[in-house]
Design a protein around this ligand. Structure first.
Ligand SMILES: Cc1cc2nc3c(=O)[nH]c(=O)nc-3n(C[C@H](O)[C@H](O)[C@H](O)COP(=O)(O)OP(=O)(O)OC[C@H]3O[C@@H](n4cnc5c(N)ncnc54)[C@H](O)[C@@H]3O)c2cc1C
Length: 318
């Protein structure tokens, strides 16, 4: 039967990698047409633009190993350890950990990790019940590697794990990307925007990618994302106004696009890195730990290890 991993964001892929490495049959399914989840983006004029995570950080030694491999393959690059701070009390600079970026877009890193795994793209899973049973088919175990509200939609109401997931808030965001004929803003390379009604972060996409394309990506506050949930393009005008106010960008861009993330980040953190029920339903992702790329990888990786061990024990017991 094997394990079904639902969600091919970095958590689901990291989990499937561990299972496959332990010789456990695994199927990875995602409703989207590509892997990457919230590390996704879009190609504009032949060039990828990151619309989800702005960058990632690396602390865990296991994740550092993966990142070293990406770096050696030219897929990831150290970007910056200092961000600008705009808004309340700014401008200022915020030193911090090394931020990493990907010349080909962050989703390319997830695709690299998933290489060799059986991935079913464009398949939405609709129901996960005790057994576990995934859309009517028995599995040794199932992993839901996605934000809590998406996992809740799949679980039978009243399942103890559904009760555990309910009630936690997730914040939305809209990413607005815009491209100009030439750069017309101060060197950033990215900025936290504090106390602003429209924006939370701005990233110079050409700087992070290394090609210096005159492209900015800004993320809105949750309030703006809620107001424009049905029409994300409606967030473009207020975002351009905010870029004029914060960075002095006056010229109209040559192109813009907007993407709504309904569950961009969870409120608060959990101490548990993943959850695994006795009947083989696993939960992983950045809802476990803190809302970061690295945490999501670690959550999936650790759950994959635990599940592989459980399958091995069950087989040994006959
Ligand atoms: C705007 C924004 C900015 C961010 N900035 C940063 C940052 O700067 N640094 C950082 O470290 N992190 C950042 N993050 C967070 C980071 O992107 C996430 O922590 C990480 O990508 C989560 O990965 P995941 O695998 O847990 O979930 P996801 O990437 O959300 O993957 C879940 C997958 O499940 C799939 N799925 C859901 N339901 C179903 C279903 N029923 N059937 C099949 N498939 C399904 C989805 O299509 C998706 O691919 C940001 C996120 C957003 C949205």
């Amino acid at each position: 039967m094997g394990v079904v991993v639902v969600g091919a964001g970095i958590a689901g892929v990291a989990c499937a990698v561990e299972l496959a490495a332990a010789g456990v049959p695994v199927r990875l399914v995602d409703r989207a047409g590509a892997v990457g989840g919230r590390m996704g983006g879009r190609v504009v004029a032949g060039r990828p633009v990151d619309l989800g995570a702005a960058y990632f950080t690396v602390r865990d030694p296991g994740f550092a190993q993966v990142v070293r491999r990406w770096e050696a393959a030219g897929l990831a690059r150290p970007w910056t350890s200092e961000l600008a701070v705009l808004g309340d009390g700014g401008p200022d600079r915020a030193p911090g950990p090394q931020r990493w970026a990907a010349p080909g877009g962050l989703a390319a890193l997830v695709a690299d990790l998933a290489a060799g795994l059986p991935v079913e793209r464009g398949r939405e899973v609709r129901r996960v019940g005790p057994g576990p049973v995934v859309d009517g088919e028995r599995a040794d175990a199932v992993v839901l590697a996605m934000p809590d509200p998406q996992a809740l939609r799949l679980l039978e109401p009243g399942h103890p794990v559904a009760t555990r997931l309910a009630g936690r808030g997730w914040q939305p965001a809209i990413a607005v990307a815009a491209g100009w004929a030439q750069r017309q803003w101060p060197e950033l390379p990215a900025a936290f925007v504090n106390g602003h009604p429209v924006l939370t972060t701005i990233a110079d996409d050409g700087d992070r990618r290394g090609d210096r394309a005159p492209v900015l990506v800004a993320h809105t506050t949750a309030d703006v994302a809620r107001a424009h949930a049905a029409d994300p393009e409606g967030a473009v005008a207020p975002v351009l106004d905010a870029l004029r106010e914060l960075l002095g960008v006056r010229a109209a861009p040559e192109w813009t696009l907007a993407h709504h993330w309904p569950h961009a980040s969870p409120e608060g953190t959990r101490d548990e890195l993943f959850h695994l029920t006795p009947d083989g339903i696993g939960l992983a992702g950045d809802g476990w730990g803190s809302p970061r790329v690295e945490t999501a990888w670690r959550s999936g990786h650790m759950l994959g290890k635990e599940l592989a061990e459980r399958v091995r024990r069950d087989r040994a017991a006959g």
